[in-house]
Design a protein. Structure first.
Length: 401
């Protein structure tokens, strides 16, 4: 199929599989380089992974990170980014980037007020969702804006990311089955419009000798098995470059998230990359990779770092609170045998001190450690999969099947 022709600058190849689970290793090829999967995708909401430079991200082994369309659209604005030649030039990032549609962020501004009211309630909100798209007030200055499938695709092409997410209706949680179904169906209709806009834009940009930018469709359906299966089958039947699973980080329990994956993944094509939106705690990582996910993004490691919660290899509880006074005299590294810059140069006592006095260096050192920790874990998982040792590795981490 044309969508997977390397001449277009995007492809996906499965290189190995785990014999005991659905886990797999692969390579996603983009105009800005290859992504070895499974891969963790840090979140750089406002065109920056907080506290770190692109040089540090590269040193840490980051292959790709997530930038938010909604936030960059509002500030600094698309005109500035276009003048810089797109996000890569604006940020001085040479590797792949993925952007979202803006759907989750307008959802998260406030509890949406549907038109017509799908939930049978009238809740004041910064957001109004109609068939055409999403109308919202900026959380910065109150100005009125409208996101549609067509404008989201246009803006993502202007940002120049390697992977775009189709415009979707991010279903809130909890939601009735009726509301979830209406949201899912709207997501499907918006996906058709996203694909049409994407095809038109890809032709226009190709005529300007711009690199191809991939499009992922989104599976919705909340926590309802029949809806998730229906959505997975629908999205799988369309011409997209990859498939994302949404609506699993808006309040659902871990059990519900894992159930969603078990319902959705058997219906997805083997030759397309799969991305899980918004999930990435340690136990989640094992579960989602075992289920067959290729990439996943999450703010958790970087957000925890800014709170002083540092990741460690400890069965059942993989973090310590470095702000706790028990670390005030500890001259050891955050994590024994960790090779990150933070652990090879500084003590727990020093990092504790930085957080206590609110020095900016605290956030940088903590973020370096947490990202390094996650990338090391995922790298070890990539090594374990072709050897058939993923389940064994998971048990050593204290997580039983």
């Amino acid at each position: 199929m044309l969508w997977y022709n390397r001449t277009m600058g995007f492809s996906f190849t499965v290189t190995s599989r785990d014999p005991k689970t659905r886990a797999r290793c692969g390579v996603i090829s983009t105009p800005h380089g290859d992504i070895m999967t499974p891969a963790f995708v840090p979140v750089g909401t406002q065109a920056s992974v907080k506290s770190l430079s692109p040089l540090e991200l590269n040193t840490l082994g980051v292959q790709i990170f997530f930038v938010n369309t909604y936030h960059t659209y509002l500030r600094p604005g698309l005109a500035v980014i276009k003048k810089a030649g797109g996000l890569h030039g604006f940020m001085d990032w040479k590797k792949p980037l993925i952007t979202d549609s803006g759907g989750f962020q307008v959802f998260s501004l406030a509890r949406p007020k549907y038109t017509p009211a799908d939930r049978g309630e009238d809740v004041p909100s910064l957001v109004t969702i109609t068939e055409d798209g999403v109308e919202f007030r900026s959380h910065w200055d109150g100005s009125l804006h409208v996101f549609t499938a067509e404008s989201s695709m246009q803006w993502q092409w202007e940002l120049g990311s390697d992977i775009h997410i189709a415009f979707d209706d991010c279903t809130s949680y909890p939601a009735t089955r009726s509301a979830a179904e209406k949201s899912m169906e709207r997501t499907h209709r918006w996906l058709l419009r996203s694909i049409a806009a994407h095809v038109k834009l890809s032709k226009a940009y190709k005529s300007k000798s711009k690199p191809y930018q991939a499009l992922y469709g989104v599976v919705q359906g909340s926590v309802y098995k029949e809806l998730r299966e229906k959505s997975a089958q629908y999205v799988a039947g369309l011409q997209t470059d990859g498939i994302a699973i949404g609506g699993v980080s808006v309040g659902e329990s871990k059990k519900e998230m894992r159930s969603v994956l078990s319902w959705v993944l058997p219906h997805l094509p083997d030759n397309k990359p799969r991305h899980l939106l918004g999930v990435g705690e340690i136990d989640d990582i094992f579960a989602l990779i075992e289920s067959g996910m290729d990439t996943f993004d999450c703010v958790q490691p970087t957000r925890l770092a800014r709170m002083g919660r540092l990741l460690v290899r400890k069965a059942g509880h993989n973090e310590i609170d470095i702000t706790n006074k028990i670390w005030a005299m500890d001259m050891g590294p955050v994590e024994k045998n960790c090779s990150c810059y933070t652990c090879t140069h500084f003590t727990r006592a020093y990092i504790h001190h930085l957080f206590r006095v609110r020095e900016l260096l605290a956030y940088r050192l903590a973020t370096i450690h947490n990202i390094h920790f996650i990338h090391t874990l995922v790298s070890e998982i990539r090594d374990a999969i072709p050897k058939g040792k993923l389940v064994e590795m998971k048990k050593k981490w204290g997580y039983n099947r």
